[in-house]
Design a protein around this ligand. Structure first.
Ligand code: AKG
Ligand code: FE2
Length: 204
Protein backbone atom coordinates (compact mmCIF):
# COMPACT_ATOMS: atom_id res chain seq x y z
CA UNK A 1 0.00 0.00 0.00
CA UNK A 2 2.84 2.35 0.88
CA UNK A 3 4.44 1.61 -2.47
CA UNK A 4 1.15 2.31 -4.25
CA UNK A 5 0.92 5.67 -2.48
CA UNK A 6 4.50 6.51 -3.37
CA UNK A 7 4.07 5.64 -7.04
CA UNK A 8 0.67 7.33 -7.44
CA UNK A 9 1.84 10.48 -5.71
CA UNK A 10 4.93 10.59 -7.91
CA UNK A 11 2.71 10.11 -10.97
CA UNK A 12 0.48 12.95 -9.75
CA UNK A 13 3.54 15.20 -9.43
CA UNK A 14 4.67 14.31 -12.96
CA UNK A 15 1.19 14.99 -14.31
CA UNK A 16 1.14 18.39 -12.59
CA UNK A 17 4.35 19.22 -14.44
CA UNK A 18 2.82 18.08 -17.73
CA UNK A 19 -0.10 20.45 -17.15
CA UNK A 20 2.21 23.29 -16.10
CA UNK A 21 4.11 22.73 -19.36
CA UNK A 22 0.82 22.84 -21.26
CA UNK A 23 0.15 26.21 -19.60
CA UNK A 24 3.31 27.47 -21.27
CA UNK A 25 5.77 27.22 -18.38
CA UNK A 26 9.32 26.21 -19.22
CA UNK A 27 11.14 23.46 -17.27
CA UNK A 28 13.18 26.18 -15.54
CA UNK A 29 10.06 28.09 -14.52
CA UNK A 30 8.48 24.91 -13.18
CA UNK A 31 11.62 24.08 -11.19
CA UNK A 32 12.02 27.65 -9.89
CA UNK A 33 8.35 28.51 -9.30
CA UNK A 34 7.84 28.54 -5.56
CA UNK A 35 4.09 27.96 -5.66
CA UNK A 36 4.40 25.24 -8.29
CA UNK A 37 7.04 23.48 -6.17
CA UNK A 38 5.00 23.84 -2.97
CA UNK A 39 1.96 22.38 -4.69
CA UNK A 40 3.93 19.38 -5.94
CA UNK A 41 5.73 18.79 -2.66
CA UNK A 42 2.68 19.01 -0.42
CA UNK A 43 0.26 16.97 -2.55
CA UNK A 44 -2.04 14.98 -0.29
CA UNK A 45 -3.86 11.84 -1.33
CA UNK A 46 -7.04 10.04 -0.40
CA UNK A 47 -8.13 6.66 -1.74
CA UNK A 48 -11.83 5.91 -1.80
CA UNK A 49 -12.59 2.50 -3.34
CA UNK A 50 -16.17 1.93 -4.48
CA UNK A 51 -17.93 -1.32 -5.32
CA UNK A 52 -20.96 -1.06 -7.64
CA UNK A 53 -22.94 -4.31 -7.52
CA UNK A 54 -24.61 -5.47 -10.74
CA UNK A 55 -28.14 -4.14 -10.95
CA UNK A 56 -31.24 -5.83 -12.42
CA UNK A 57 -32.61 -2.49 -13.66
CA UNK A 58 -29.62 -0.31 -14.56
CA UNK A 59 -31.77 2.12 -16.53
CA UNK A 60 -33.55 3.04 -13.28
CA UNK A 61 -30.41 3.36 -11.16
CA UNK A 62 -27.25 5.40 -10.96
CA UNK A 63 -24.04 4.30 -9.28
CA UNK A 64 -22.80 7.80 -8.47
CA UNK A 65 -24.67 10.98 -9.46
CA UNK A 66 -23.10 13.65 -11.68
CA UNK A 67 -20.43 15.69 -9.89
CA UNK A 68 -17.03 17.26 -10.24
CA UNK A 69 -14.19 16.24 -7.92
CA UNK A 70 -12.94 18.97 -5.62
CA UNK A 71 -9.16 18.43 -5.55
CA UNK A 72 -6.55 18.89 -8.27
CA UNK A 73 -6.35 15.55 -10.05
CA UNK A 74 -8.09 12.22 -9.57
CA UNK A 75 -6.46 9.07 -10.90
CA UNK A 76 -9.03 6.32 -11.32
CA UNK A 77 -8.09 2.64 -11.47
CA UNK A 78 -11.08 0.45 -12.27
CA UNK A 79 -11.99 -3.15 -12.94
CA UNK A 80 -12.30 -3.78 -16.70
CA UNK A 81 -16.02 -3.01 -16.60
CA UNK A 82 -17.04 0.33 -18.12
CA UNK A 83 -19.25 2.54 -15.95
CA UNK A 84 -17.53 5.90 -15.62
CA UNK A 85 -19.22 8.51 -17.82
CA UNK A 86 -18.11 12.03 -18.75
CA UNK A 87 -20.36 14.86 -19.88
CA UNK A 88 -19.39 15.96 -23.36
CA UNK A 89 -20.66 19.42 -24.33
CA UNK A 90 -22.32 20.63 -27.50
CA UNK A 91 -24.67 18.82 -27.74
CA UNK A 92 -24.52 17.68 -24.11
CA UNK A 93 -24.30 13.90 -23.83
CA UNK A 94 -22.89 11.31 -21.44
CA UNK A 95 -20.00 9.37 -22.91
CA UNK A 96 -18.89 6.08 -21.36
CA UNK A 97 -15.16 5.89 -20.75
CA UNK A 98 -13.58 2.61 -21.93
CA UNK A 99 -12.00 0.53 -19.16
CA UNK A 100 -9.02 -1.32 -20.68
CA UNK A 101 -7.11 -3.42 -18.10
CA UNK A 102 -4.31 -1.50 -16.42
CA UNK A 103 -5.40 1.95 -17.63
CA UNK A 104 -5.71 4.92 -15.28
CA UNK A 105 -8.30 7.59 -15.92
CA UNK A 106 -7.20 11.17 -15.18
CA UNK A 107 -9.98 13.52 -14.04
CA UNK A 108 -9.34 17.17 -13.24
CA UNK A 109 -11.02 18.69 -10.18
CA UNK A 110 -12.36 22.09 -9.12
CA UNK A 111 -9.19 23.26 -7.37
CA UNK A 112 -7.22 22.61 -10.55
CA UNK A 113 -9.66 24.87 -12.39
CA UNK A 114 -9.04 27.54 -9.73
CA UNK A 115 -5.26 27.00 -9.86
CA UNK A 116 -5.13 27.39 -13.64
CA UNK A 117 -7.58 30.30 -13.63
CA UNK A 118 -10.07 28.26 -15.63
CA UNK A 119 -7.66 27.25 -18.38
CA UNK A 120 -8.21 23.61 -17.40
CA UNK A 121 -11.75 22.78 -16.35
CA UNK A 122 -13.00 20.26 -13.84
CA UNK A 123 -14.85 17.44 -15.56
CA UNK A 124 -18.47 16.61 -14.78
CA UNK A 125 -18.71 12.83 -14.44
CA UNK A 126 -20.89 10.09 -12.97
CA UNK A 127 -20.92 6.32 -12.66
CA UNK A 128 -23.50 4.06 -14.27
CA UNK A 129 -24.25 0.49 -13.16
CA UNK A 130 -24.84 -2.51 -15.39
CA UNK A 131 -26.89 -5.70 -15.36
CA UNK A 132 -24.15 -8.28 -15.84
CA UNK A 133 -21.10 -7.47 -13.79
CA UNK A 134 -20.06 -5.91 -10.50
CA UNK A 135 -17.68 -3.00 -10.97
CA UNK A 136 -14.92 -1.78 -8.69
CA UNK A 137 -13.43 1.69 -8.99
CA UNK A 138 -10.49 2.98 -6.97
CA UNK A 139 -10.23 6.77 -7.28
CA UNK A 140 -7.05 8.33 -5.95
CA UNK A 141 -7.76 11.97 -5.10
CA UNK A 142 -4.76 14.31 -5.19
CA UNK A 143 -5.04 17.80 -3.82
CA UNK A 144 -3.45 20.36 -1.53
CA UNK A 145 -3.28 20.05 2.27
CA UNK A 146 -6.76 20.87 3.64
CA UNK A 147 -5.76 24.31 4.92
CA UNK A 148 -3.66 25.51 1.95
CA UNK A 149 -5.31 28.39 0.08
CA UNK A 150 -5.35 27.69 -3.64
CA UNK A 151 -5.54 30.72 -5.92
CA UNK A 152 -4.87 31.15 -9.65
CA UNK A 153 -1.16 30.69 -10.40
CA UNK A 154 0.48 33.89 -11.59
CA UNK A 155 2.10 31.79 -14.33
CA UNK A 156 -1.35 30.66 -15.52
CA UNK A 157 -2.46 34.25 -16.06
CA UNK A 158 -1.14 36.20 -19.02
CA UNK A 159 -0.44 39.84 -17.99
CA UNK A 160 -3.67 41.20 -19.42
CA UNK A 161 -5.94 38.80 -17.53
CA UNK A 162 -7.30 38.98 -13.99
CA UNK A 163 -7.79 36.22 -11.42
CA UNK A 164 -11.18 34.66 -12.09
CA UNK A 165 -11.31 32.95 -8.68
CA UNK A 166 -10.57 33.96 -5.13
CA UNK A 167 -8.23 31.89 -2.98
CA UNK A 168 -9.95 28.86 -1.48
CA UNK A 169 -8.88 25.87 0.64
CA UNK A 170 -9.93 22.29 -0.14
CA UNK A 171 -11.92 22.24 3.12
CA UNK A 172 -13.69 25.49 2.16
CA UNK A 173 -14.34 24.15 -1.32
CA UNK A 174 -16.19 21.16 0.21
CA UNK A 175 -18.35 23.49 2.36
CA UNK A 176 -19.13 25.68 -0.66
CA UNK A 177 -20.02 22.53 -2.58
CA UNK A 178 -22.54 21.44 0.04
CA UNK A 179 -24.08 24.93 -0.03
CA UNK A 180 -24.18 24.90 -3.82
CA UNK A 181 -25.84 21.48 -3.80
CA UNK A 182 -28.52 22.69 -1.38
CA UNK A 183 -29.13 25.81 -3.50
CA UNK A 184 -28.91 24.08 -6.89
CA UNK A 185 -26.01 26.45 -7.72
CA UNK A 186 -22.52 25.94 -9.08
CA UNK A 187 -19.78 25.65 -6.45
CA UNK A 188 -17.16 27.23 -8.72
CA UNK A 189 -19.43 30.19 -9.43
CA UNK A 190 -19.44 30.76 -5.67
CA UNK A 191 -15.67 31.25 -5.56
CA UNK A 192 -15.56 33.22 -8.79
CA UNK A 193 -14.43 36.83 -8.64
CA UNK A 194 -17.26 39.03 -9.93
CA UNK A 195 -16.69 41.09 -13.07
CA UNK A 196 -17.19 44.82 -12.59
CA UNK A 197 -20.90 45.61 -12.41
CA UNK A 198 -21.77 41.99 -11.59
CA UNK A 199 -23.00 40.70 -8.26
CA UNK A 200 -20.30 39.05 -6.15
CA UNK A 201 -20.01 35.27 -6.39
CA UNK A 202 -19.07 35.00 -2.70
CA UNK A 203 -20.42 32.07 -0.75
CA UNK A 204 -20.82 34.12 2.43
O1 AKG B 1 -16.93 5.03 -10.34
C1 AKG B 1 -16.07 5.78 -10.78
O2 AKG B 1 -15.19 5.37 -11.53
C2 AKG B 1 -16.10 7.25 -10.44
C3 AKG B 1 -15.90 7.52 -8.97
C4 AKG B 1 -15.94 9.00 -8.72
O3 AKG B 1 -16.18 9.78 -9.59
C5 AKG B 1 -15.67 9.54 -7.37
O4 AKG B 1 -15.55 8.75 -6.41
O5 AKG B 1 -15.58 10.78 -7.24
FE1 FE2 C 1 -15.65 11.74 -9.03
Amino acid sequence: MEEYHREMRALGGRLLDVFFTALGLTDDQIAAGETERKIRETLTATIHPIMYPRCPEPEHAIGLPAHTDSGFITLIAQSPVPGLQLLRRGPDRWVTVPAPPGALMVVLGDLFQVLTNGRFRSALHRAAVNRERDRISVPYFLGPPADMKVAPLASAMPPWTKAAFRGVTWAECMVVKQKALAMGASALAMVQVAEEGEESGSAA
